[in-house]
Design a protein around this ligand. Structure first.
Ligand code: AHR
Length: 506
């Protein structure tokens, strides 16, 4: 065998040092308690679309309690309804009163399918009560009127006697529901009416004028926000309505592994689409930073929330299903995207005070999939389970030095993280390793000093496109993690490839 030339040995040596250096990350967790991570960041979205409501939450004439129980376990804080694009075609009076007398309509937004409106206002409010979560209703601006929105609010929130409040009583509900989160339209730049931001700002002012605060029910009004990186939309809204009555401005950003025409399969993909999807998911950080910077100029005291009320990965629909129903499986890759996105939201809790993953059951990046009586929990569900400890905790600022995960000429940070301290003093750290092959040793230090114990859980699997099926529902779920050890005053966390690790330090 020929000996290697000396120059090549040197290159290999350098490469070896670099490669081994790349397998560790440094994390510093500051002690200064940051803003509270609003529990509403862990919110969800349920549209009258495909099998999200019908077959998902609602079966025949009742709410599915298996789905409710699953969502209660992750402490679902808020649920958005009825859309999405559907919100701007929805007329709430179609969905009240005896179910067998409700209007039959056509869901022209999603698949031209018949809708018997058996799931309406009372059913949604009952669902939220069973879930123990806040309702977030998106009102109709596109095909509605201020009168329609005004009367829905009176129906929902007025405690006295009026035609609307008494109609509610006649339909079986005495007390008002005191709904607080209220969306004024949805995607008004597109399916909500193809408006310009200037026109929408005027519409927002007109509609919101008639959104009244009934006693005991102050509204948190949310303006329809931008399409991803449309910064002009946010700038215009801040200029025109930023000083008015607005609690939040929304923003929608979906992760694609391909293009809108060819989004790619939810389960049949290689490293190319894995890397593209992760890169696209991480763009959320830049998009949030840039919207926040615009909002900061008009609202330096951060009175107005950025509400990411639609996010998640959007793939091609599962073969053999109605493409308009947006039913997709959910892989380990999607869980890694969810975990990374929630880390971004935690780290921007000063401005982001609500977010809603699209969509809870059977649509897009769902937490729960159903098949007749059967139900399965997706890898993304388990991320929300691991991360629920951050809800209403104080965020802790972090500094992270991560090695890169490089692929096909591109690179992204392999590791991302966030941390918080809860009211009992426990520190929770959530870490993600996106690298598909390398373990990464994360060396963490707490500015506050030492801690006595560390416990953790890990979510991972052998392949990035592994997923849970109705026949094998437990393939991917969190298990106890034994890879975190005290190292002096710090912590060494040996992260498997493609993993989410959640730690509790006391
Ligand atoms: O979540 C599916 C659709 O995506 C929503 O209806 C719409 O708001 C967005 O374009």
């Amino acid at each position: 065998m020929n000996p290697l030339p000396r120059s090549l040995c040197f290159v290999f040596l350098l490469f070896g040092i670099a490669a081994s250096a790349q397998t560790s990350a440094d994390l510093m967790i500051r002690d200064t308690s940051g803003p509270v991570i609003s529990r509403a960041i862990y919110g969800h979205f349920s549209e009258d679309l495909g099998r999200c409501i019908y077959d998902g939450f609602w079966s025949g004439d009742h709410i599915r309690m298996d789905v409710v129980d699953a969502l209660r376990k992750i402490r679902i804080p808020v649920l958005r309804w009825p859309g999405g694009c559907f919100a701007d075609q929805y007329h709430w009076r179609d969905g009240i009163g005896p179910r067998d007398q409700r209007k039959h309509t056509v869901n022209t937004t999603w698949g031209m399918v018949a809708d018997d409106n058996s799931f309406g206002t009372h059913e949604f409010m009952q669902l939220c009560e069973l879930l123990g979560c806040q309702p977030y209703i998106a009102g109709n601006v596109g095909t509605g009127t201020p009168e329609e929105m005004e009367s829905w609010l009176e129906y929902l929130n007025y405690n006295g006697h009026s035609t609307m409040a008494d109609l509610r009583r006649q339909n079986g509900r005495d007390q008002p529901w005191n709904v607080s989160y209220w969306g004024v339209g949805n995607e008004s730049w597109g399916c909500g009416g193809n408006m310009t931001p200037e026109y929408y700002s005027d519409e927002y002012k007109r509609y919101s004028e008639f959104c009244k605060n009934y006693p005991g029910a102050p509204l948190k009004l949310i303006a329809s926000g931008s399409n991803g990186d449309d910064y002009h939309w946010t700038e215009t809204l801040m200029q025109h309505i930023g000083r008015g009555r607005v609690w939040g401005i929304s923003m929608h950003y979906y992760t694609l592994a391909g293009t809108w025409q060819h989004k790619g399969s939810a389960t049949q993909f290689g490293e190319d689409e894995y890397f593209k999807a992760l890169s696209a998911g991480l763009r959320m950080e830049d998009i949030v930073n840039r919207h926040s910077a615009i909002m900061d100029r008009y609202d330096p005291r951060k009175r107005i929330a950025l509400v990411v009320d639609e996010w998640g990965i959007w793939t091609d629909a599962e073969p053999g299903t109605n493409p308009a129903f947006l039913y997709q499986q959910n892989s380990l890759r999607d869980a890694l995207i969810a975990a990374s996105t929630l880390n971004i939201f935690n780290n921007h809790a000063d401005r982001i005070r609500m977010a809603n993953l699209a969509q809870t059951v059977n649509v897009l990046q769902a937490l729960v999939l159903t098949d007749k009586d059967r139900m399965l929990l997706t890898p993304t569900y388990y991320v929300f389970d691991l991360y629920k400890v951050h809800q209403d905790a104080h965020s802790l600022a972090i500094q992270l030095m991560s090695p890169d995960y490089s692929y096909g000429g591109g690179k992204i940070p392999a590791v991302n993280a966030s941390a918080s301290k809860d009211s009992s003093g426990a520190v929770h750290i959530t870490l993600v390793n996106l690298d598909p092959v390398r373990r990464i040793m994360v060396r963490a230090r707490l500015e506050a000093g030492s801690f006595r114990s560390v416990e953790g859980q890990v979510l991972t699997s052998g392949h990035f496109n592994d997923y849970n099926t109705f026949d094998q529902p437990g393939k991917i779920k969190p298990v106890a993690f034994h890879g975190a050890k005290k190292e002096g005053d710090g912590l060494a966390v040996d992260m498997p490839p493609m993993s989410v690790v959640a730690l509790e330090l006391r």
